[in-house]
Write a protein that binds this ligand. Structure first.
Ligand SMILES: NC(=O)c1ccc[n+]([C@@H]2O[C@H](COP(=O)([O-])OP(=O)(O)OC[C@H]3O[C@@H](n4cnc5c(N)ncnc54)[C@H](OP(=O)(O)O)[C@@H]3O)[C@@H](O)[C@H]2O)c1
Length: 399
């Protein structure tokens, strides 16, 4: 083979891939216009009306009309954008045009009743897995239809939602937060209230006064199970309570650190995962665990590090098979009772956490320590690979 043509081939291949990506971005832009540009809204509404929550069609006639008036023009737009880009920039972008023509032909065929199957993200039936991170699966797209129509716009890739911050909507979600009376708990309640969530403060401090509109529920360490009924109606559980014994290394300090930072968090997590029992729960329910950057960096408090690393490792192991989204919060020092010399403000940290969650970060890192942005992803990847290779989801029980 003549190796001199290799760079040219690679260049064509790269432009071809860019053409396909451009077609997808054009699809998502057309979709956005279908929600915000009045001439397109009635046509796009047909698409929304064509499905029930189990993604079966409401009527064959409506489905075909929606294909003709929504999906066909959308595919024509994809063809036009990629054809123009290929003409103006580089002919290899026309691979995106060929890709878009495929969608045009299938949507035309569906609109004429030539075949009954819908596309992959609208196939009927139960949602079998949590929303995916990069490529839109049925569960991800289901939320666009039945959670919030002004979020989750991605058609094939989630990148447009990540840029717009529409990969997670808090509007009307019931969100419960432990450690609610603390610095970050208070800041998260304020931030999420602004984003339209219904809030439950889970607190061990019955004397603390919370803002109006927040439902307050008291709980006690080791009696987490008393609130399992409440968790049924919670969409997002944020496990945020924590304790720092600083330099203490007494037996009591060891017991307290693990009791609060590890085992209580673990019990809450398991109770919540048991509430993920229906198809729609896999789309809507989430649990966030505030483990801290002490998972990978020194916190100058050995028991804090040990207990936070223990829960961090357990989460990494458990989320390999979790039935819903599990996020970790990897936070650097912020000012609170637990860390009076923290540098960041809890308000900023709460804002950053919600902004990154809306971009679907599964490991939300907010810190001033640049090393954590490098060390945590590497450590998390290595540990999760090791756990995946050396453990099984359903090991046989001993006789
Ligand atoms: N501050 C930092 O620099 C930093 C950095 C990384 C991660 N974090 C983590 O962020 C989370 C929030 O901490 P914060 O900084 O906001 O501290 P904070 O103001 O002290 O809040 C911690 C809250 O945890 C709950 N809590 C404390 N002791 C408890 C116990 N024995 N049993 C059950 N709940 C208990 C209390 O909430 P209730 O009274 O409402 O139950 C307390 O207000 C913690 O998990 C912490 O480890 C903090």
């Amino acid at each position: 083979m003549n190796l001199t043509i290799l760079p040219a081939l690679l260049g064509h291949g790269l432009y071809g891939v860019l053409g396909v990506l451009l077609a997808e971005v054009a699809r998502d832009c057309y979709h956005l216009a279908g929600h915000y540009w009045s001439p397109l809204i009635p046509w796009h509404n047909l698409h929304h009306k064509a499905y029930r929550p189990d993604l079966t069609k409401t009527s064959e006639a409506l489905y075909r009309r929606a294909e003709l008036l929504n999906d066909v023009p959308e595919a024509v737009f994809m063809v036009a954008v990629t054809a123009l880009a290929g003409w103006l920039l580089n002919p290899s972008l026309w691979l995106g045009t060929a890709y878009a023509v495929g969608f045009l032909l299938t949507s035309l065929g569906r609109s004429q009743g030539l075949w009954a199957d819908t596309d992959l993200t609208h196939l009927p039936g139960d949602l079998g897995e949590p929303p995916s991170r990069w490529i839109v699966n049925r569960t991800y797209h289901w939320r666009h239809h039945f959670d919030r129509t002004t979020a989750y716009f991605g058609g094939t890739f989630t990148v447009v939602d990540q840029v717009l911050g529409t990969a997670l909507s808090f509007k009307n979600k019931t969100i419960a937060i432990t450690g609610a009376s603390g610095a970050l708990g208070t800041a998260l309640l304020a931030e999420l209230s602004q984003k339209g969530a219904k809030l439950i403060a889970l607190t061990t401090n019955p004397d603390h006064s919370f803002p109006d509109g927040v439902e307050v529920v008291c709980w006690q360490l080791e009696r987490e199970a008393q609130l399992s009924q409440l968790l049924q109606r919670v969409d997002i559980l944020i496990l945020n309570h924590g304790v720092n014994v600083h330099q203490d290394r007494s037996a009591e300090a060891i017991a307290l650190s693990y009791a609060v930072n590890t085992w209580s968090v673990w019990r809450w997590l398991e109770l919540f995962l048991h509430t993920v029992s229906e198809s729609k729960h896999r789309a809507l329910k989430e649990v966030w665990i505030n483990t801290s950057e002490a998972e990978v960096s020194p916190a100058f408090s050995p028991l804090y590090e040990l207990s936070k690393r223990a829960i961090g490792d357990l989460i990494t192991l458990r989320r390999l098979d979790a039935p819903c989204v599990v996020r970790k919060l990897i936070l650097g020092p912020f000012r609170s009772k637990l860390n009076p010399i923290g540098i960041m403000s809890p308000r900023f940290v709460a804002w950053a956490i919600t902004a990154l969650a809306q971009r679907d970060c599964r490991n939300i890192i907010v810190t001033i320590n640049p090393l954590t942005y490098v060390l945590f992803p590497i450590s998390e990847l290595m540990r999760s690979l090791y756990f995946r290779l050396c453990s099984r989801a359903n090991s046989t029980q001993p006789n």
